[in-house]
Design a protein around this ligand. Structure first.
Ligand SMILES: NC(=O)c1ccc[n+]([C@@H]2O[C@H](COP(=O)([O-])OP(=O)(O)OC[C@H]3O[C@@H](n4cnc5c(N)ncnc54)[C@H](OP(=O)(O)O)[C@@H]3O)[C@@H](O)[C@H]2O)c1
Length: 279
């Protein structure tokens, strides 16, 4: 083995990963299905493997970052001798199906420009001996956050965190549609929106304890109050001909909880409806 790490897949993310390893002074082997993407990394000092299999035998740690798990299955060598760190996005079930010695799954919680920044995080879970062996190497990519031995946990947390991102982004876009309908600009409104995220983060921390306890006291604001306020959001959307599907979803959850007799509970009570819906 002539390299410290091999990177399989040189798309936008794989190229950023390989470049960060090179910047940190590591010996890096790279491979990509489409050869054209190899040249910029070779120019930065990487060794180009002639096949995916050769790459997997060139280093004790192989970092894979291709489109999805089927793509990975096409190139993965069952006789891979070293540690596989799989940074390809997938479901927790797909990650658990890969479980085994020397397998570490990862979820990258940034975009390519954030690779190499210690303010970014990458979630890992899987074989703990393998993770400890690769940890120093991986730390040049972003802060490594170890979630333990269950190989599915990194993918589960990754997808759950992305859910928060999409909910937040769409909530902000809905709010922006609302205020711009009356002539305000998104840029004028957004500093207030980002400031508001601070208190909302505080609510979440309080509610986490309630979710774990299964007890949702409405000591800060009751569902009765939320429901009355949600009426305003639905109304304001409809009057401005803005899609009210999102506020109506929140409204209907609150109404259902109130109708079930939980009007004096707090917003965290909604988790019971989310769970019931999935069952
Ligand atoms: N970009 C982000 O911000 C970001 C953030 C977090 C996680 N991720 C995850 O990182 C992974 C890669 O994303 P990306 O943004 O780098 O995507 P990308 O730029 O589209 O690159 C996709 C990579 O997968 C390879 N690939 C696709 N099908 C393949 C196959 N059948 N066999 C072998 N290689 C194949 C491509 O090879 P070719 O060059 O030959 O097409 C390319 O190297 C994805 O799982 C993504 O969800 C990305």
């Amino acid at each position: 083995m002539h390299s410290d790490v091999a990177v399989l897949g040189l798309g936008q993310m794989g190229s950023a990963l390989a470049a960060a390893f090179l910047r940190a002074g590591h010996r890096v082997t790279v491979w990509n299905r489409t050869e054209a993407k190899v040249a910029p990394l070779v120019a930065q000092g990487a060794h180009a493997a002639t096949s995916a299999q050769e790459a997997q035998h060139s280093a004790p740690v192989v970092v894979a970052c291709v489109l999805d798990y089927p793509a990975l299955a096409e190139i993965l060598d069952p006789a891979l001798p070293g540690i596989l760190v799989n940074l390809t996005s997938g479901s927790p079930e797909q990650a658990r199906a890969m479980a085994g010695p020397r397998y570490v799954d990862g979820g990258i919680m940034t975009t390519p420009p954030g690779i190499g920044d210690q303010g970014s995080m990458i979630l890992y879970s899987g074989d703990q001996d393998a993770f400890e062996t690769a940890k120093d190497l991986l730390s040049v990519l972003a802060e490594p956050v170890n979630l333990g031995a269950d190989p599915g946990l990194a993918a589960l947390y990754d997808t759950a965190l992305l859910g928060i991102m999409w909910a937040t982004l769409t909530g902000w876009l809905h709010a922006s549609a609302l205020v711009t309908a009356d002539g305000a600009t998104a840029q004028h409104f957004t500093p207030l929106a980002t400031r508001w995220l601070g208190p909302v983060a505080g609510f979440i921390s309080t509610y986490a304890e309630q979710v774990d306890a299964g007890d949702y006291p409405g000591s800060d604001a009751t569902l009765d109050v939320h429901l009355a306020t949600l009426d305003h959001l639905v109304h304001a959307s409809e009057v401005r001909k803005i899609d009210a599907a999102l506020p109506r979803l929140f409204h209907d959850y609150a109404q259902k909880a109130v109708e079930a007799g939980h009007g004096t509970d707090g917003w965290a009570r909604i988790i019971e409806l989310l769970r019931a819906k999935a069952a």
